[in-house]
Design a protein around this ligand. Structure first.
Ligand SMILES: *Cc1c(COP(=O)(O)O)cnc(C)c1O
Length: 261
Protein backbone atom coordinates (compact mmCIF):
# COMPACT_ATOMS: atom_id res chain seq x y z
CA UNK A 1 0.00 0.00 0.00
CA UNK A 2 1.19 3.51 -0.73
CA UNK A 3 2.13 4.88 2.71
CA UNK A 4 0.52 8.17 1.72
CA UNK A 5 -2.92 6.67 1.66
CA UNK A 6 -2.70 5.87 5.37
CA UNK A 7 -2.02 9.43 6.44
CA UNK A 8 -4.63 11.82 7.62
CA UNK A 9 -3.21 15.32 7.76
CA UNK A 10 -4.08 17.43 10.78
CA UNK A 11 -4.70 21.17 10.38
CA UNK A 12 -1.32 21.91 11.98
CA UNK A 13 0.36 19.53 9.53
CA UNK A 14 -1.17 21.37 6.59
CA UNK A 15 -0.19 24.72 8.11
CA UNK A 16 3.42 23.60 8.40
CA UNK A 17 3.93 21.17 5.52
CA UNK A 18 1.18 22.05 3.03
CA UNK A 19 -1.48 19.85 1.48
CA UNK A 20 0.86 17.34 -0.08
CA UNK A 21 3.98 16.95 2.07
CA UNK A 22 5.32 13.91 0.18
CA UNK A 23 5.40 15.84 -3.11
CA UNK A 24 6.89 18.90 -1.41
CA UNK A 25 9.61 16.85 0.31
CA UNK A 26 10.47 15.02 -2.92
CA UNK A 27 10.78 18.33 -4.79
CA UNK A 28 12.88 19.90 -2.00
CA UNK A 29 15.07 16.82 -1.92
CA UNK A 30 15.72 17.12 -5.63
CA UNK A 31 16.58 20.80 -5.25
CA UNK A 32 19.02 20.10 -2.41
CA UNK A 33 20.63 17.27 -4.37
CA UNK A 34 21.02 19.59 -7.36
CA UNK A 35 22.60 22.25 -5.14
CA UNK A 36 24.99 19.65 -3.73
CA UNK A 37 25.93 18.56 -7.25
CA UNK A 38 26.44 22.18 -8.34
CA UNK A 39 28.63 22.94 -5.32
CA UNK A 40 30.70 19.82 -6.04
CA UNK A 41 31.02 20.82 -9.66
CA UNK A 42 32.24 24.32 -8.71
CA UNK A 43 35.11 22.94 -6.67
CA UNK A 44 35.95 19.91 -8.78
CA UNK A 45 34.62 17.28 -6.39
CA UNK A 46 32.54 14.24 -7.18
CA UNK A 47 28.96 14.34 -5.84
CA UNK A 48 29.56 10.71 -4.82
CA UNK A 49 31.88 12.04 -2.11
CA UNK A 50 29.08 13.96 -0.42
CA UNK A 51 26.32 12.18 1.44
CA UNK A 52 23.10 13.98 2.26
CA UNK A 53 21.81 13.21 5.74
CA UNK A 54 18.25 14.53 6.02
CA UNK A 55 17.59 15.96 9.48
CA UNK A 56 14.10 15.05 10.66
CA UNK A 57 14.00 16.63 14.12
CA UNK A 58 10.61 18.17 15.02
CA UNK A 59 8.95 16.54 11.99
CA UNK A 60 6.22 14.33 13.50
CA UNK A 61 6.41 10.59 12.94
CA UNK A 62 3.23 10.37 10.84
CA UNK A 63 4.67 13.02 8.51
CA UNK A 64 7.91 11.08 8.30
CA UNK A 65 5.97 8.28 6.63
CA UNK A 66 5.48 10.76 3.80
CA UNK A 67 9.19 11.58 3.83
CA UNK A 68 9.85 7.88 3.47
CA UNK A 69 7.36 7.74 0.62
CA UNK A 70 9.31 10.63 -0.94
CA UNK A 71 12.45 8.49 -0.96
CA UNK A 72 14.11 9.50 2.31
CA UNK A 73 15.30 6.63 4.49
CA UNK A 74 18.19 8.18 6.45
CA UNK A 75 16.89 10.21 9.35
CA UNK A 76 19.11 12.48 11.46
CA UNK A 77 17.77 13.28 14.90
CA UNK A 78 19.45 15.34 17.59
CA UNK A 79 17.39 14.23 20.59
CA UNK A 80 17.43 10.63 21.64
CA UNK A 81 13.97 10.61 23.19
CA UNK A 82 12.44 11.99 20.01
CA UNK A 83 14.30 9.43 17.91
CA UNK A 84 13.12 6.62 20.18
CA UNK A 85 9.49 7.68 19.95
CA UNK A 86 9.64 7.94 16.18
CA UNK A 87 11.50 4.68 15.79
CA UNK A 88 8.82 2.92 17.84
CA UNK A 89 6.09 4.39 15.64
CA UNK A 90 7.90 3.68 12.36
CA UNK A 91 9.46 0.36 13.32
CA UNK A 92 8.17 -1.43 10.21
CA UNK A 93 10.10 0.92 7.90
CA UNK A 94 13.77 0.20 7.08
CA UNK A 95 15.07 3.56 8.32
CA UNK A 96 18.67 4.30 9.27
CA UNK A 97 18.78 6.53 12.34
CA UNK A 98 21.71 8.88 12.87
CA UNK A 99 22.01 10.65 16.20
CA UNK A 100 23.64 13.99 15.48
CA UNK A 101 23.23 15.90 18.74
CA UNK A 102 24.77 15.99 22.19
CA UNK A 103 24.04 12.89 24.24
CA UNK A 104 23.79 12.45 27.98
CA UNK A 105 25.51 9.35 29.28
CA UNK A 106 22.25 8.00 30.72
CA UNK A 107 20.77 7.91 27.20
CA UNK A 108 23.52 5.74 25.75
CA UNK A 109 21.60 2.55 26.43
CA UNK A 110 18.87 3.73 24.06
CA UNK A 111 21.22 5.00 21.40
CA UNK A 112 23.04 1.70 21.01
CA UNK A 113 19.79 -0.06 20.22
CA UNK A 114 18.60 2.24 17.48
CA UNK A 115 21.39 4.28 15.91
CA UNK A 116 23.51 3.33 12.92
CA UNK A 117 25.85 6.25 13.56
CA UNK A 118 26.57 8.94 16.12
CA UNK A 119 27.94 12.35 15.13
CA UNK A 120 28.51 14.02 18.49
CA UNK A 121 31.17 12.08 20.36
CA UNK A 122 33.04 14.55 22.53
CA UNK A 123 34.10 12.91 25.80
CA UNK A 124 35.84 9.82 27.14
CA UNK A 125 32.95 9.29 29.52
CA UNK A 126 30.61 8.93 26.56
CA UNK A 127 33.10 6.77 24.64
CA UNK A 128 33.46 4.47 27.64
CA UNK A 129 29.73 4.07 28.14
CA UNK A 130 29.05 3.60 24.42
CA UNK A 131 31.73 0.95 24.16
CA UNK A 132 30.42 -0.90 27.22
CA UNK A 133 26.82 -0.91 26.00
CA UNK A 134 27.77 -1.81 22.44
CA UNK A 135 29.88 -4.68 23.68
CA UNK A 136 26.93 -6.05 25.61
CA UNK A 137 24.94 -6.09 22.36
CA UNK A 138 27.92 -7.40 20.40
CA UNK A 139 27.79 -4.58 17.90
CA UNK A 140 29.94 -1.72 16.57
CA UNK A 141 28.97 1.89 15.92
CA UNK A 142 30.23 4.44 13.40
CA UNK A 143 31.14 7.64 15.22
CA UNK A 144 32.18 11.17 14.36
CA UNK A 145 34.13 13.22 16.87
CA UNK A 146 32.51 16.61 17.40
CA UNK A 147 34.78 19.64 17.47
CA UNK A 148 33.77 23.11 18.60
CA UNK A 149 35.14 25.01 15.62
CA UNK A 150 33.56 28.37 16.39
CA UNK A 151 34.73 28.86 19.97
CA UNK A 152 31.16 29.66 21.03
CA UNK A 153 30.28 28.64 24.56
CA UNK A 154 26.87 27.40 23.46
CA UNK A 155 28.34 24.72 21.22
CA UNK A 156 29.30 21.24 22.24
CA UNK A 157 32.40 19.49 21.00
CA UNK A 158 36.07 19.22 21.81
CA UNK A 159 38.35 22.22 21.81
CA UNK A 160 40.47 21.89 18.65
CA UNK A 161 43.62 21.52 20.80
CA UNK A 162 42.11 18.51 22.54
CA UNK A 163 41.30 16.57 19.39
CA UNK A 164 44.62 14.77 18.77
CA UNK A 165 44.99 13.46 22.34
CA UNK A 166 41.34 12.39 22.19
CA UNK A 167 41.56 10.39 18.97
CA UNK A 168 44.85 8.87 20.13
CA UNK A 169 42.94 7.07 22.85
CA UNK A 170 39.89 5.98 20.86
CA UNK A 171 41.45 2.58 20.18
CA UNK A 172 40.72 1.82 23.84
CA UNK A 173 37.06 1.62 22.76
CA UNK A 174 37.10 -1.05 20.05
CA UNK A 175 33.33 -1.01 19.52
CA UNK A 176 33.56 2.57 18.28
CA UNK A 177 34.49 2.91 14.62
CA UNK A 178 35.72 6.50 14.21
CA UNK A 179 34.79 7.68 10.70
CA UNK A 180 35.58 11.35 10.91
CA UNK A 181 34.93 14.72 12.50
CA UNK A 182 31.76 16.75 12.91
CA UNK A 183 31.13 20.40 13.57
CA UNK A 184 28.52 23.15 13.57
CA UNK A 185 29.84 26.38 12.10
CA UNK A 186 29.10 29.73 13.66
CA UNK A 187 25.65 31.13 12.80
CA UNK A 188 26.67 34.24 10.98
CA UNK A 189 25.76 36.13 7.84
CA UNK A 190 29.49 36.65 7.35
CA UNK A 191 30.43 33.76 5.10
CA UNK A 192 34.12 34.13 5.85
CA UNK A 193 33.55 33.34 9.50
CA UNK A 194 31.45 30.31 8.57
CA UNK A 195 34.11 29.12 6.14
CA UNK A 196 36.82 29.51 8.78
CA UNK A 197 35.02 26.97 10.97
CA UNK A 198 34.81 24.41 8.17
CA UNK A 199 38.41 24.99 7.17
CA UNK A 200 39.53 24.41 10.73
CA UNK A 201 37.73 21.06 10.79
CA UNK A 202 39.32 20.04 7.52
CA UNK A 203 42.80 20.98 8.76
CA UNK A 204 42.20 18.93 11.90
CA UNK A 205 41.06 15.97 9.82
CA UNK A 206 44.11 16.25 7.58
CA UNK A 207 46.31 16.13 10.67
CA UNK A 208 44.39 13.34 12.41
CA UNK A 209 44.22 11.08 9.37
CA UNK A 210 48.01 10.62 9.33
CA UNK A 211 47.91 8.56 12.50
CA UNK A 212 44.25 7.46 12.21
CA UNK A 213 43.58 6.46 8.60
CA UNK A 214 39.91 5.69 9.32
CA UNK A 215 39.16 9.34 10.12
CA UNK A 216 38.36 10.32 6.55
CA UNK A 217 34.94 11.97 6.77
CA UNK A 218 33.87 15.53 7.50
CA UNK A 219 30.29 15.90 8.76
CA UNK A 220 29.63 19.60 8.34
CA UNK A 221 27.12 21.93 6.71
CA UNK A 222 23.39 22.45 7.28
CA UNK A 223 20.57 24.15 5.36
CA UNK A 224 22.13 27.60 5.64
CA UNK A 225 25.71 26.73 4.86
CA UNK A 226 26.07 23.31 3.21
CA UNK A 227 27.44 24.69 -0.05
CA UNK A 228 30.30 26.43 1.76
CA UNK A 229 30.90 23.23 3.71
CA UNK A 230 31.13 21.23 0.47
CA UNK A 231 33.63 23.71 -0.94
CA UNK A 232 35.69 23.13 2.21
CA UNK A 233 35.55 19.35 1.91
CA UNK A 234 32.35 18.13 3.60
CA UNK A 235 31.53 14.45 3.08
CA UNK A 236 28.26 14.45 5.02
CA UNK A 237 25.89 17.42 5.00
CA UNK A 238 23.11 17.41 7.60
CA UNK A 239 20.14 19.19 6.07
CA UNK A 240 16.75 19.66 7.71
CA UNK A 241 14.89 22.85 6.92
CA UNK A 242 15.80 22.98 3.22
CA UNK A 243 13.92 19.68 2.84
CA UNK A 244 11.19 19.81 5.48
CA UNK A 245 10.57 23.55 5.69
CA UNK A 246 11.27 25.97 8.52
CA UNK A 247 11.00 24.64 12.05
CA UNK A 248 8.50 26.36 14.30
CA UNK A 249 11.23 26.49 16.93
CA UNK A 250 14.21 28.62 15.94
CA UNK A 251 17.85 27.63 16.20
CA UNK A 252 18.12 29.13 19.69
CA UNK A 253 15.83 26.35 20.90
CA UNK A 254 18.48 23.81 19.93
CA UNK A 255 21.55 25.79 20.85
CA UNK A 256 20.75 27.58 24.09
CA UNK A 257 22.77 30.71 24.45
CA UNK A 258 22.43 31.54 20.78
CA UNK A 259 20.66 34.82 20.12
CA UNK A 260 17.45 34.33 18.15
CA UNK A 261 17.80 35.50 14.57
C1 LIG B 1 19.12 20.66 13.27
C2 LIG B 1 20.50 20.24 12.96
C3 LIG B 1 20.99 20.28 11.65
C4 LIG B 1 20.17 20.74 10.46
O1 LIG B 1 19.82 22.07 10.54
P1 LIG B 1 18.87 22.70 9.39
O2 LIG B 1 18.94 24.14 9.61
O3 LIG B 1 17.50 22.13 9.66
O4 LIG B 1 19.40 22.23 8.10
C5 LIG B 1 22.29 19.86 11.43
N1 LIG B 1 23.06 19.42 12.44
C6 LIG B 1 22.63 19.35 13.71
C7 LIG B 1 23.53 18.85 14.77
C8 LIG B 1 21.33 19.75 14.03
O5 LIG B 1 20.89 19.68 15.28
Amino acid sequence: MDPRSKIELLPEDIARFGNDPATTFAANLKTVQARIAAACHRCGRSPDDVRLLPVTKTVPAHILRLAYAAGISDFGENKLQEARDKQATLSELPIRWSIIGHLQTNKVKYLVRLATEFHALDSFRLAEELNRRLDALDRDLDVFVQVNSSGEESKYGLHPDDLMPFVARLSEYPRLKPRGLMTLAIFSADQRRVRTCFRLLRDLRDRAIRSHPGLTQLSMGMSGDFEIAIEEGANVVRVGQAIFGARPTGNAFYWPGLAEQ
